[in-house]
Design a protein around this ligand. Structure first.
Ligand code: COA
Length: 345
């Protein structure tokens, strides 16, 4: 069943500090050529000491609200996809609610690792379709630099920090925009492939929050899972890859993205890629990519868009949307056109 909930605003925030592959050459035994060849990543943004998932999420949210042309007080729901919230509680969404002044919104976080944004978006669109919310903010935000093992060259080069946000509103009958199909899946038996323990782990285990990953096996699962979920979402929507204007996959690794595109028969010209500049920001990759795609003029009203993600858990999923069109006032466009800027920029 099509969900009458559409994206009306997008925004993103990346912290100022950039860590390049050359910087890693001074930290662990690696080199730029290895990282670029295996991952496509050239640089990633790292949060400043005072920045957290909620502060970055709030900044992305402010930008999304500007493009949607609504106020924070118009929101009745905020859902944040994150696996690196500021603390165990309150939820990052609750801290974002306070920072943006969304005084009429209910809040909670969704943790599905890198599938967090897709999961949070699925919750919000279902709230709207069910009539339980009118205007929702969905944030994907992560401060992965705080749980990266900076001595493990197999993982530390992959991740970055950042946030993206979308405003979702009811799609009036007969108007463009909606969710054609969504597929969410998980296999908890594969948890040992990609996980982080934390303060509430069993006594016998380490309580240190740190990303632990079997890269080779994660790679294999990621390609199959995203390609299969995307095919299923397209089938349920009654569409094929040829009908898609743009695919916006989770940005974990360029080789994973090209392998998924290949399986779907999508030429790379219609696949959004920014992993070279952001690294893997987990739940934040898709909303950051959407904001950049809008700012770059790559999405038009009526376009069919595929979103697909994969992450620890293992979790994965895919959504097919009809794009409603998001207006980006020239005054809030950054000179580079790369990101939707804040009202003060
Ligand atoms: N620089 C140089 N060498 C490195 C390195 C680095 N940053 N990281 C690992 N290596 C080495 C390994 O130690 C290994 O050396 P060895 O053969 O002497 O033991 C060699 O490279 C091959 O390691 P392997 O892990 O098999 O490499 P790979 O081709 O699978 O590439 C990843 C490693 C992590 C890039 C790749 O597996 C990957 O991208 N996996 C998916 C990860 C991911 O996206 N996770 C998030 C999903 S949401």
């Amino acid at each position: 069943m099509r969900l009458a909930a559409r994206i009306t605003g997008v925004g993103a925030y990346l912290p100022d500090r950039i860590l390049t592959n050359a910087d890693f050459e001074r930290m662990v035994e690696t080199d730029d050529a290895w990282i670029v060849e295996r991952t496509g990543i050239r640089e990633r943004h790292i949060a400043a000491g005072h920045e957290t998932t909620s502060t970055m999420g709030a900044e992305a949210a402010r930008r999304a609200l500007v493009t949607a042309g609504i106020e924070a007080t118009d929101l009745d729901l905020i859902v944040t996809g994150t696996c690196t919230p500021d603390g165990l509680f309150p939820a990052a969404a609750t801290l974002i609610q306070h920072q943006i002044g969304a005084t009429h919104a209910g809040t909670f976080d969704v943790n599905a690792a890198c599938t967090g944004f897709l999961s949070a978006f699925s919750v919000a669109t279902n709230f709207i379709a069910a009539g339980q919310a009118e205007r929702a903010l969905v944030v994907g935000a992560e401060t992965l630099s705080r749980i990266v093992d900076w001595t493990d060259r197999g993982t530390c080069v992959l991740f970055g920090d950042g946030a993206g946000a979308v405003v979702v509103e009811r799609a009036p009958e007969g108007e463009r925009g909606g969710v054609d199909a969504m597929v969410l899946r998980a296999d908890g038996a594969q948890a040992p492939l990609l996980y982080s323990q934390g303060p509430c782990s069993a006594d016998a285990l380490s309580h240190e929050a740190k990303i632990i990953m079997d890269g080779r096996n994660v790679f294999r699962h990621a390609v199959t899972a995203m390609a299969d979920a995307s095919s299923e979402a397209l089938r349920r929507a009654g569409l094929t890859a040829d009908d898609l204007a743009l695919a916006v996959p989770h940005q974990a690794n360029l080789r994973i993205i090209t392998a998924v595109a290949d399986r779907l028969g999508m030429p790379m010209e219609r696949v959004f890629v920014n992993v070279d500049r952001t690294g893997n920001t987990s739940s934040a990759t898709i909303p950051i990519a959407l904001a950049e795609a809008v700012a770059g003029g790559r999405l038009a009203a009526g376009d069919r868009v595929l979103l697909t993600a994969f992450g620890g858990g293992l979790t994965w999923g895919a959504l097919v949307l009809e794009w409603a069109g998001v207006r980006v006032p020239a005054a809030v466009r950054m000179p580079t056109g790369a990101l939707v800027a804040s009202p003060s920029a």
